[in-house]
Structures are given as structure tokens and as C-alpha cells.
Design a protein around this ligand. Structure first.
Ligand SMILES: Cc1ncc(COP(=O)(O)O)c(C=O)c1O
Length: 395
């Protein structure tokens, strides 16, 4: 299940050669990639703008960008926002600019693209120190000992492996106490989780406006990065920041100055995605939460370990024996279940396993196939199990 060529799709079923599989490796959490209303919105934009504007944003920004930034800023409730092609572009260019020659405090398990952005910053004179994952006290300790007045903290929002959100208020409090700027990548949270509401149809909250709003935080001393390439199924990303930071990036960030822009079809699917999110997003998130719940309930019933405590739609399942990854991958493939494999040395040996991602477009029948495969793997002793005490606590 690596480097597979997908020959055809039918909903969330994919064909690899002559083999059909249910896809649980997609990040299209809201199912916007298959949404008829969004697909039908694209041709009018192509008629109006052609397929690709080709100017860098500095040279010429089609008004679609302004429309996207206005709607995004309003959705997030942020001071301002700037959109650029990908999160990777943003990390590589914005982290070095914000860090300058100061000190970066990097989450020890930050996504590789954040880590790479920090490496670029380091090559330009910043120092990089790592704090322990999910440990605001360790961050506090490091910041207390720090003399450098320029401090940038870089971390994930919803974690792409555990599926959990950080305790953002705790990290923000540490950042504010020490005069640091908190830079958060919520690639997986944007579109999935949002502000809490007494009327929310599921614990993901409403509107999908990301981890800052979900945790009741403000944007004071927080810069939020997110992308449309997961929940919104489009090639575009954003940084939510104060207007003076946006203005700085418009003269200093290479992706704004030089990079080719997102295709018009992506700008169109973002705009159409905002409309669908407004009208149907909360119902799609309810379905997504329900589908995810079926999988996590199954794991609890089987006593199988997962780091997912949140109920968000990323469910990592470690193996009992890391050496069995090829065999387990083969069984899943033969049972028609497509997942992301996490093999050593990409992850530590005790975390080798596979990651299941749910989307609102997965059907109950596809989840039945996944559950049958999980039951078979658990019965064969292939999956890591909880000890009795942890199981009792889960109940
Ligand atoms: C946490 C996180 N950040 C960034 C990225 C990369 O995003 P983009 O494709 O917009 O560069 C990913 C993709 O896997 C991710 O999981």
C-alpha cells in the first residue's frame, strides 16, 4: 500500500489493478472531493478565468483570492489571513521570517514540514530547541531558562498521527507568559473541528473553524496555519495572522513573490466549499463523527490500543510486533481495506502500525469491511492490546 497506482475511483472505493478497496487513507474528511454541488461549481470559474492564472500573487492576484481571504478571515474570526499554495510553502518561508535570528521552540513530534521549516530558519541563524510532545510544563521550563528575546513556538494542532488536539490554552498561556509567538499547524483540524456551541450536533463543534476556536482561544500571540488540501479537497493553504504580519509576508515570503499559484479549479472549490460548509458542514461533521465512533467503539470492544482519545477521524492502530507490518499490510489489502502504513524507521518500533482516516463519504458498508478486518487481525493477535487496568479505566 505504498506508491500504489489508483486506476479508478467509485465514491470512496478505489481500484488498484483488478482489486477494489475501501479507501481509509484519504484526508478528504468532509467528502468535498465527491460533492456534486462543488464539482458543478467549477466549470463557470474555468470559463471566467481559464485553467491557471500563472502570475505569482505579487504580480497579479485574481480577485478570487481576495474573496477567499475575506470569507476565511470571517470564518476563523482571525485578525486577517493570507493564502498561499501549500502549508509546506508556508512553513518553509514564514517560520524563517518569524524566527529571524531568534530561538525556535519546536514540538518534538511536530510534522516533518514544520521541522523542515525550522531547519531553513536554523540555516539562517535561528537556534532550535525541542520540547517534549504534549508537555507545556517542559516548554515553560525551556522558556524560563532562555535569554534570547525573540521566541517562536512551533507545533501541530490536531496531530496527524494520534488524531488528538493539543491543550492549546495551556500552550498559549506559556507563550504569553514568556513573550513568545505560538505558531500552530492545524492541517487536520481545519474543516473538522470548530467553535463549541450548545446546539452542536457532535463534539467536533460547529463551522469547522479550527483548533483556536475549538479550544475557546483567541488569536492574541497565536498564528494559525491550515490548509484546504484535506477537508476542502483543494490545493491552497492559509496563515491567519495580524495584518502587519500579512503585509510583511507580502513583501518577504517567496511563495507570495515567486510561486506559481493554485489552479483556478482549486480556488473555485474553496469558494464553493465555503458555501457547502455554511449550509451542510455541521451535518457532514456529525456523519464523520458517527463513522469514526463506529471504529473507535470496535477497537475498545476488542481491547485494541489506539492513541486516539479525541474521537477525531484519525485513528492510529499500532501492531503487537513491528516485524509483522508487511504481513498485516497484505491481509488488509486482500480484505479490500486501504490504509496508511507506518513502518520503521518512519516511526519508532513500538508505534509501527497503520493509520485509518475516516471521511463523511465513507459508507457504512465500507466501515463494515474495516471492522471485519480489524476483528480478524485482533483475533490473530496482530494488534497491540490494552492492559486490564487501562481497559477498565476506558470503560
Ligand atoms: C500536519 C501537516 N502539515 C502540513 C502538511 C502538508 O500540507 P500541504 O500539502 O498543504 O503542504 C501535512 C500533510 O500531510 C500535514 O499532515
Amino acid at each position: 500500500m505504498m506508491d500504489a497506482v489508483i486506476d479508478e475511483i467509485d465514491g470512496r472505493m478505489i481500484r488498484v489493478g483488478d482489486h477494489w478497496l475501501a479507501d481509509f487513507a484519504s484526508c478528504n474528511y468532509l467528502g468535498f472531493d465527491l460533492d456534486r454541488e462543488i464539482i458543478d461549481a467549477v466549470p463557470a470559474y474555468l470559463d471566467a478565468w481559464g485553467t491557471h492564472p500563472s502570475w505569482s500573487r505579487l504580480l497579479g492576484s485574481p480577485v478570487l483570492y481576495e474573496q477567499i481571504e475575506e470569507r476565511l478571515t470571517s470564518l476563523l474570526g482571525s485578525p486577517d489571513s493570507l493564502v498561499l499554495p501549500t502549508i509546506t510553502h508556508i512553513h518553509m518561508s514564514v517560520i524563517p521570517l518569524l524566527a529571524a535570528s531568534g530561538t525556535i521552540f519546536l514540538d518534538a513530534r511536530a510534522h516533518k514540514t514544520i521541522y523542515d521549516g525550522c531547519q531553513v530558519a536554523r540555516s539562517r541563524g535561528a537556534a532550535v530547541k525541542r520540547f517534549r510532545f504534549e508537555d507545556p510544563d517542559h516548554l515553560d521550563e525551556l522558556l524560563r531558562a532562555e535569554r534570547d528575546p525573540t521566541r517562536l513556538i512551533c507545533m501541530d494542532g490536531v496531530n496527524s498521527m494520534t488524531g488528538n488536539a493539543p491543550d492549546l490554552p495551556a500552550f498559549a498561556a506559556v507563550a504569553r507568559k514568556h513573550g513568545a509567538l505560538l505558531y500552530v499547524d492545524d492541517a487536520h483540524g481545519f474543516g473538522v473541528i470548530g467553535e463549541r456551541s450548545p446546539h452542536e450536533p457532535c463534539p467536533y463543534g460547529v463551522r469547522g473553524n479550527s483548533v483556536v476556536r475549538h479550544t475557546g482561544e483567541t488569536y492574541d500571540d497565536i498564528v494559525l496555519v491550515g490548509g484546504f488540501s484535506k477537508s476542502y479537497s483543494s490545493l491552497l493553504a492559509f496563515i491567519a495572522c495580524p495584518t502587519d504580519v500579512k503585509n510583511l509576508l507580502k513583501v518577504a515570503a517567496p511563495p507570495y513573490l515567486y510561486s506559481g499559484p493554485s489552479p483556478v479549479a482549486s480556488l473555485a472549490t474553496v469558494l464553493a466549499g465555503f458555501d457547502v460548509n455554511e449550509r451542510r458542514g455541521d451535518e457532514l461533521r456529525r456523519i464523520l463523527a458517527e463513522r469514526t465512533r463506529r471504529v473507535t467503539d470496535c477497537l475498545h470492544r476488542l481491547g485494541v490500543h489506539t492513541p486516539n482519545r479525541s474521537g477525531f477521524p484519525i485513528v492510529e492502530i499500532p501492531l503487537h510486533d513491528h516485524r509483522r507490518i508487511d504481513a498485516v499490510g497484505r491481509i488488509l489489502f486482500e480484505r479490500g481495506v486501504y490504509v496508511t502504513l507506518a513502518a520503521y524507521p518512519l516511526v519508532p518500533k513500538d508505534e509501527v502500525g497503520f493509520r485509518v482516516q475516516l471521511t463523511a463519504a465513507n459508507t457504512d458498508a465500507e466501515i463494515d469491511m474495516l471492522i471485519a478486518a480489524l476483528e480478524e487481525l485482533a483475533a490473530a493477535g496482530e494488534l497491540k492490546t490494552y492492559d486490564a487496568a487501562t481497559l477498565a479505566a476506558l470503560d
